[in-house]
Design a protein around this ligand. Structure first.
Ligand SMILES: Nc1ncnc2c1ncn2[C@@H]1O[C@H](COP(=O)(O)OP(=O)(O)OP(=O)(O)O)[C@@H](O)[C@H]1O
Ligand SMILES: [Mg+2]
Length: 279
C-alpha cells in the first residue's frame, strides 16, 4: 500500500544525487605541430562528465595547446577529440573527417567555456553586459532573460553589486570572476581554464580559486591548467602531468603528489613543491 510521505527517497532525477551525464571529454591520440616542432605527440585523455582534471607540467610542455585543441582554437594534425560522443571541429562524411564550417564551429564552441589568464573581458562593456551579451547574440535569448541570468551569475561569483562597473574599474580578481560568470552564461558542458590566476596579485588568487572550487562541485566538467599545486591537490579528481608534448603520468592527486611513478614526474614535483609544500 502506498501512502503519501514526506520522507520519500531521492528520485533518480534529483539533481543533487544524479551524476552528471553531460560533458564527457575524450581526447584520442592528438598530435599538433607548429612548423617543424611537434608540441603534442599523441595525447590521449578522458575526463568523465562532471570530472575535474588539472593539467600541470613545465613551461612549453603543451598544456595551453592541448586546452586550445579542445574547443578547436587549434586544429589538430592527427587524432581527434569528442564531447559526449560528438567530434569537435569535424564531421564524418563517407570514411573521412571534414572540418565543420565556421558557423558550426562557433555553435559547438558555445558548449565549451574558456577562461584565459588575462581575463579577455570587453573593455567597453560593463560587467553585466560582458556576461549577458553572448546568450543574446549566440543563443538568441531575450535581453531581459540574459540580464536576469547575468545578475544571478554575478551573484554566484560574489559581484552582483559591481554589475555596472567597467573592467578598468575592477581588480584583476574581480575581472577574472566576471570572466568566469561570462563563461557560465552559455551553460557550457565543459569549462576550460588556462592558468586563471597567474596574472593576479597573490592576495587576489584565492577569491578566484574559491569560485572555481564551488564550480567543481556543480557537475560541470572542468579542465584546468594551473601552477597552483595546493589548489590542484584540493580540487582535482585527476592530475595530469605533461612534459614535452606527452602525458607522462596521470592519477588521483594523492597518487601524483605523494607517489609518482615516473622519474620525470618526480623530478618536476621535487622542484615545484619545495620549499613551499611538504608532501
Ligand atoms: N602559435 C604558435 N606558433 C608556434 N609555436 C607555438 C605556438 N603556440 C605554442 N607554440 C609552441 O608550442 C610549445 C607548447 O606551448 P604551450 O603554450 O602549449 O606550452 P605550455 O605548457 O602552455 O607552457 P606555459 O606553462 O609556459 O604556458 C612551445 O614550445 C611553444 O613555443
Ligand atoms: Mg600555457
Amino acid at each position: 500500500m502506498s501512502t503519501a510521505t514526506t520522507s520519500a527517497p531521492a528520485t533518480a532525477t534529483d539533481p543533487a544525487t544524479t551524476p552528471s551525464t553531460r560533458g564527457l571529454v575524450e581526447i584520442t591520440k592528438v598530435r599538433k605541430s607548429f612548423g617543424a616542432t611537434e608540441v603534442l605527440k599523441g595525447v590521449s585523455l578522458t575526463v568523465e562528465p562532471g570530472g575535474v582534471a588539472v593539467i600541470v607540467g613545465p613551461s612549453g610542455s603543451g598544456k595551453s595547446t592541448l586546452l586550445r585543441t579542445i574547443n578547436h582554437l587549434e586544429k589538430v594534425d592527427g587524432g581527434f577529440i569528442s564531447i559526449d560522443g560528438n567530434l569537435v571541429g569535424y564531421e564524418v562524411r563517407g570514411n573521412r573527417l571534414h572540418e565543420l564550417r565556421g558557423k558550426e564551429i562557433l555553435k559547438q564552441r558555445t558548449e565549451i567555456g574558456m577562461v584565459f589568464q588575462n581575463f579577455n573581458l570587453f573593455p567597453h562593456l560593463t560587467a553585466l553586459e560582458n556576461v549577458s551579451e553572448a546568450p543574446v547574440v549566440a543563443q538568441g535569448r531575450s535581453k531581459d532573460e540574459a540580464r536576469r541570468r547575468g545578475l544571478e551569475l554575478l551573484d554566484r561569483v560574489g559581484l552582483k553589486d559591481r554589475a555596472d562597473a567597467y573592467p578598468r574599474q575592477l581588480s584583476g580578481g574581480q575581472q577574472q570572476r566576471v570572466a568566469i560568470a561570462r563563461a557560465l552564461a552559455l551553460d557550457p558542458k565543459i569549462l576550460l581554464f588556462d592558468e586563471p590566476t597567474s596574472a593576479l596579485d597573490p592576495e587576489l588568487v584565492n577569491e578566484v580559486l574559491d569560485v572555481i572550487r564551488e564550480l567543481a562541485k556543480s557537475g560541470t566538467t572542468l579542465i584546468i591548467v594551473t601552477h597552483e599545486m595546493g589548489f590542484a591537490r584540493d580540487v582535482a579528481d585527476t592530475v595530469v602531468f605533461m612534459d614535452q608534448g606527452q602525458i607522462v603520468e596521470q592519477g588521483s592527486p594523492e597518487h601524483i603528489f605523494t607517489n609518482p611513478q615516473e622519474p620525470r614526474t618526480r623530478s618536476f614535483f621535487s622542484k615545484v613543491l619545495e620549499p613551499a609544500f611538504n608532501i
